[in-house]
Ligand binder design. Structure first.
Ligand SMILES: [Zn+2]
Length: 306
């Protein structure tokens, strides 16, 4: 089983954030520009901070990347261009950080806001991020250029509130997308939300993918079918591989039986609207040793076009 480290930072975006919808576009751009996949969630958290994924409110520049071209606003007029430039700029910062042997990702994140000059400044001051270093760089820029209020000195805190840092150890590996779409359309991500049926606050333990009833659902990972049942979560298939359980809920049909082996890509069943469900969707849930995790960072970027 392949392993990757994109799970180092789990995403904690606000409920319904449109940033989730740009995941594929950002991931694709990272592949094209050879920016390591482990930074995907950091870039999405940066997008959340810069615009909340709101293209209209930012004239299209959802990564607020225009200034990284030539210091001016207004160079970018579409989300596509903004992602391209934002990824390019971030990749550039990573390269400089590598040359300077800066290991602290927070320094790179702060430099997305302050500019590449912050990397060298941080290096001179030990190479590790601190509020003090951030504030003194800001002071230096304000003094040197007679600018008032340079950048966001708390940018690191502002970005990292959308990330939950976890260990990469025990990484469950790469999941394939369970639906055959060029765009993983998520209606609900992992985490706290207001329940769409009950109106109460609950913890959403998986991802909801929206598509038409009857859409084929593919296994995200190999394993053995441990459960096929029909109850409150509708028709549900659960597969198990060592300590990883994967749930596919609200199906309209399945041909699988308990004990069957599946590979990544095997048809699990068809999308449906069974059980507690308001519209045709797949509730996709992954548990490690019985604890639900956010599977989003563990999807294979290679499968985006499947
Ligand atoms: Zn759900």
């Amino acid at each position: 089983m392949a392993t990757q480290t994109t799970g180092e930072y789990l995403l904690l975006l606000p409920e319904g954030s449109p940033v989730y919808l740009y995941m594929r576009a950002v991931g694709r751009e990272m592949l094209l520009q050879v920016v390591p996949a482990k930074y995907l969630n950091i870039l999405l958290a940066i997008m959340q901070q810069e615009s909340g994924g709101n293209a209209e409110a930012t004239g299209g520049d959802i990564m607020q990347a225009s200034e990284s071209i030539d210091g001016n606003l207004g160079n970018i007029t579409s989300a596509e261009e903004s992602i391209k430039q934002g990824v390019s700029y971030f990749g550039h910062l990573i390269e400089i950080a590598q040359e300077l042997n800066i290991q602290d990702i927070r320094v790179i994140v702060q430099s997305y806001n302050y500019g590449a000059g912050f990397l060298a400044f941080a290096k001179e001051h030990g190479g590790v991020y601190s509020e003090e270093i951030s504030n003194s760089f800001r002071q230096k820029m304000q003094d040197e250029y007679d600018w008032y209020g340079y950048g966001d000195p708390d940018y690191v805190a502002h970005v990292f509130r959308y990330l939950n840092v976890v260990s990469t150890e025990g990484s469950p590996g790469v999941f394939r997308f369970p639906i055959p779409t060029t765009r993983p359309y998520l209606s609900y991500g992992f985490g706290s939300r207001i329940h769409p049926l009950f109106g109460s606050e609950d913890f959403h333990k998986g991802l909801d993918f929206l598509a038409k009833e009857g859409t084929p659902i593919y296994s995200s990972i190999e394993g053995e079918v441990s459960v096929v049942r029909n109850e409150s979560m509708g028709l549900c298939v659960i597969t198990r591989l060592e300590n990883i359980s994967v749930y596919y809920m609200h199906l309209s049909a399945t041909n699988l039986e308990e004990g069957e082996l599946v590979q990544a890509g095997t048809i699990i069943g068809l999308m449906g609207n069974t059980g507690y469900s308001t519209e045709s969707h797949l509730h996709f849930q992954v548990e490690i040793d019985g604890t639900p995790i956010d599977p989003l960072p563990f999807f294979s970027l290679d499968d985006y076009d499947r």
